[in-house]
Design a protein around this ligand. Structure first.
Ligand code: GLN
Length: 265
């Protein structure tokens, strides 16, 4: 069947079917536009139909095509990592403003934060940790593909890290365990290890903050992603107790939602 007809007759939004077709054909979207009469073999048609089915079940386009753009770079993703979200780009932007000489990205997942920082700050020594060896494999592949040198560590938060860092950043799981707000497709197909963290979503963030407060050499900055007003209140109280001498700021994302806790010692 011809490309033009497949797109027209697909029950998916046009952009979705275009992206899935370019993945199946291994061609750019522009190529599809200039070759509307190209006919798919039965084998490729079957592949396309399989992807369309999964998309209708709620799997994200990024997971289906195996990649996602973040901070202008293309990251490989799979079922073992959280798909990079645009709101996480503010973590990277904030780091670039500070221009640190060393950084640790805790719970790196696909590696999107650590790698984007290193791409833009080549003098910064970048370390990235994750508890999941399968996630670290994805991050490692991404760092090789994008040509940056990052030190990877398999570690439960700071357990296996020993050196001092100027900045610690983290986009840890922060979705409350029984959240009704999370999209069905996200809940069903993204790794729960990367999403959920206790009844208010903040268990891991609290654990990390406690670990940081006990370091003999504390980082100058800590940047942690979270979400919303409720978590803001809890985090402000918790953080001011264990870091009484630090400056605490809350940064908003582009939608005006509180998104990043910034600590400066
Ligand atoms: N922002 C993501 C979501 O709401 C969650 C990311 C995270 O837990 N770190 O789906």
């Amino acid at each position: 069947m011809k490309i033009s007809r497949l797109i027209k007759e697909s029950s998916l939004p046009t952009l979705d079917s275009e992206l899935l077709l370019s993945c199946v054909l291994q061609k750019s979207k522009e190529w599809l536009f200039t070759n509307p009469d190209f006919g798919l073999s039965n084998e490729l048609l079957e592949k396309f139909n399989e992807l369309q089915k999964k998309r209708r079940e709620g799997v994200s386009i990024a997971a289906l095509v195996g990649s996602k753009e973040f901070f202008g770079l293309e990251f490989k993703v799979n079922e073992n990592v959280l798909i990079p979200r645009p709101e996480t780009e503010i973590l990277v932007k904030e780091v670039l403003k500070i221009q640190p000489k060393s950084l640790l990205d805790v719970g790196t997942g696909s590696g999107c934060v650590a790698i984007s920082v290193k791409k833009n700050l080549s003098n910064c020594e970048v370390w990235a940790s994750d508890i999941s060896p399968t996630a670290l494999k994805v991050a490692q592949k991404n760092s090789q593909k994008l040509g940056v040198k990052i030190e990877f560590i398999e570690s439960d938060l700071l357990e296996k890290t020993s050196r001092e860092f100027e900045i610690i950043v983290a986009n840890l799981p922060y979705v409350p365990q029984n959240s009704v707000e999370i999209e069905a497709g996200v809940k069903k197909f993204e790794p729960s290890l990367a999403l959920f963290s206790g009844s208010d979503g903040l268990d891991l963030i609290r654990k990390l903050l406690i670990q940081i407060s006990k370091l003999s050499q504390k980082p100058k900055f800590v940047l942690l992603e979270f979400s919303g007003d409720e978590q803001t209140e809890v985090l402000k109280i918790f953080t001011s107790k264990i870091f009484p001498n630090s400056k605490i700021e809350i940064l908003l994302d582009l939608a005006g939602i509180p998104r990043v806790l910034k600590l400066q010692s």
